[in-house]
Structures are given as C-alpha cells and as structure tokens.
Ligand binder design. Structure first.
Ligand SMILES: [Zn+2]
Length: 97
C-alpha cells in the first residue's frame, strides 16, 4: 500500500456549463494522470490519496457517490474535506501541465 499525492488537476465544464468536474488528477513526482475512477479503485485497494497545496499543506482525498453540485448526477467523484487552508482543496489545485 502506498500514499500518493496530487498537486494539479484537469477540469472540464459540466454539460450545462454551470460548474466544473475533475477529469484527471496529476500524480506528484511522476506526472501520471489518473481518472477519478482510477483513484477510487486505488483507495478501495488500500492506498491513500492526498493533495499537496502550493502552501505545502495536504488534505485526504475521499470518494463521493456523486458530484456535490445540486442536481448533478455525475459520478464517481472525489473531493477533500475543508480545513484551515483552501490551498489543498482538490478543486483549488492548479491545472495539470
Ligand atoms: Zn457536477
């Protein structure tokens, strides 16, 4: 089992263009792109996924059944719990290169 960090994400607009979805997360170090499906499968397999914010802080990534936007049934989805800094929020990470 391993702990993986992501420090960048690739987002796409939802079908009705009201909000954005995380399509890929970029693994820190290797630069490998992982889909939310792949991250959730990795977590289910016993690995830990965390964000790394620009301020060096980190947050645990957890699966969600659906996108948290009201009325949106896009799934699966991954998120982080709010903490003392927004820099490590999954949605706030900079764009993948
Ligand atoms: Zn959505």
């Amino acid at each position: 089992m391993s702990t993986y960090y992501t420090n960048a994400v690739h987002k796409v607009w939802s079908v009705n263009a009201s909000h954005q979805h995380i399509e890929l997360v970029c693994q820190e170090g290797s630069g490998t792109h992982w889909t939310p499906d792949e991250v959730i499968a990795s977590i289910a397999g016993g690995n830990v996924w965390r964000t790394r914010g620009k301020d060096g802080s980190s947050a645990l990534i957890k699966p969600l059944q659906y996108c948290p936007a009201p009325g949106c049934l896009t799934k699966p989805y991954i998120t982080t719990s709010p903490d003392h800094t927004t820099a490590n929020n999954l949605d706030n990470l900079p764009a993948c290169q």
